[in-house]
Design a protein around this ligand. Structure first.
Ligand code: PLP
Length: 417
């Protein structure tokens, strides 16, 4: 029998995608499934963005282009990071454009990490958990080792600067931060991020000279609390160590377009960007050519559409936060960003569902809920840390569906014995 790579065979498939697909299949069979599984806005891409891509396609922009994108688009992204995020010292040469945030993250991980020579310890990536399911597999695939920093629902799933400091060693190469967070739906305050930034600055001068930060800001525009979004890459003392990751998927309703980008200023930022170009040049080359004008249109002309979507998410967050706060035995940190609620449901573990299924953990709860109540949440185990006690509810759907889903959730819990 031919052999396949153990590295790939051992990769965990995404639990989010698994539940999303199961819900879709059940719907296709005619079942009235309510799905809260997909990490994807329910809004269509704004028309001016579509028009820009169509015009470029009609004009024949269909050939290979520079690996990291044309200068005009890289400049539009550099301008966005400079003016909106306050990241200093950026030029188009500090920008990479890849096929989605996930692809850019994959390339970045391979540029930062390597498999250690035989007998040596891997380099480390500090990761507050629960965290998005792709960080750990991608870092490990590149040869790094994850050092988890546990957080709790009581603290809004935020790691403190002290915790990050304690996790850093001479082998630390990367700290991943994600605010607003998938799966937690919470955000760090600017002061909390500044405190973490000071820890990074100090660690770089003392025990971890190779330390970098990857700040995943894909949800920066979907925020609805008092807290403003803050880019840690705007801190001048560490700006040259911060890779800021963003993309169009979440804020612009463009998950299917596959557009992600990174920014890293300074002299090392140029080296990093060139290394990204070398690897991406052997992987996929440029993204779809006629998408570049659409990126520029999104970034420069679509603020009103983004604001309309933000307001809808804010209103939905109010509904789900209120409903979850009233459900017995459920502990929820109110969502302030992204479109996820991540309640602790562990007080219900150990019971049996109406249909006789044991509910010993989040996975069993989500399985039973999908099969018996036609309600799809994502079990929290794969997000790491306390995630095993939680379920992720993506509220990228109508308020009516949220109310109906919460009714079914309550009914499921009420019937547990
Ligand atoms: N980062 C976070 C936190 C995410 O939740 C996602 C998608 O779910 C991504 C990055 C990647 O998104 P995309 O590859 O669509 O840009």
């Amino acid at each position: 029998m031919p052999q396949l790579s153990p590295r790939v065979l051992n990769l965990k498939p995404s639990v989010t995608v698994a539940f999303m697909n199961r819900a879709k299949n059940m719907k296709a069979q005619g079942l009235d499934v309510l799905s809260f599984a997909a990490g994807e806005p329910d809004f269509d891409t704004p028309q001016p963005i579509k028009d820009a891509a169509i015009a470029a396609l009609q004009a024949g922009q269909t050939k290979y282009m520079p690996t990291l994108g044309d200068v005009a688009t890289r400049k539009a992204i550099a301008d966005k990071f400079t003016t909106e995020n306050g990241i200093p010292g950026l030029t188009p040469d500090h920008i990479t454009i890849g096929s989605g945030g996930k692809h850019s993250l994959y390339v970045a991980c391979h540029v930062i990490f390597d498999h250690p020579p035989h007998g040596e310890q891997p380099h480390e990536c500090v990761l507050p958990v629960p965290a998005w399911v792709s960080y750990a597999p991608l870092v490990e695939l590149a040869g790094g080792r994850i050092v988890e920093v546990p957080t709790t629902v009581e603290s809004g799933f935020k790691a403190t600067a002290e915790q990050i400091k304690a996790a850093i060693t001479p082998r630390t190469r990367l700290v991943i931060l994600n605010s607003p967070s998938n799966p937690c739906g919470t955000m760090y305050t600017p002061d909390e991020l500044r405190a973490i930034g000071r820890v990074i600055h100090e660690a770089a001068r003392t025990i971890a000279p190779d330390i970098l930060v990857l700040s995943d800001e894909l949800y920066e525009k979907i925020i609805f609390g008092e807290v403003p979004h803050f880019s840690i890459g705007s801190m001048p003392e560490i700006a040259d160590r911060v890779i800021t990751l963003n993309g169009l998927s979440k804020a612009y309703g463009m998950t299917g377009w596959r557009v992600g980008y990174t920014a890293m200023p300074g002299e090392f930022g140029l080296k990093f960007t060139n290394a990204m170009a070398t690897l991406q040049g052997q992987m996929s080359t440029n993204i779809t050519s006629f998408v570049y004008p659409a990126i520029r249109t999104a970034l420069t002309q679509c603020a009103p559409q983004v604001e309309m979507m933000r307001q809808a998410f804010a209103s939905r967050a109010k509904v789900i936060n209120a409903r979850l706060s009233r459900i017995k035995g459920v502990v929820n940190a109110p969502a302030t960003g992204a479109f996820y609620a991540f309640p602790d449901v562990s007080s219900w573990f150990g019971k049996t569902s109406k249909g006789g299924k044991p509910v010993r953990n989040a996975l069993e709860m989500c399985n039973a809920m999908l099969e018996e109540n036609l309600l799809a949440f994502v079990p929290g185990e794969d997000f790491g840390g306390c995630g095993r006690n939680h379920v992720r509810i993506s509220f990228a759907c109508s308020e009516q569906q949220i109310e109906k889903g919460m009714d079914r959730f309550e009914e499921f819990l009420d019937n547990l014995r």
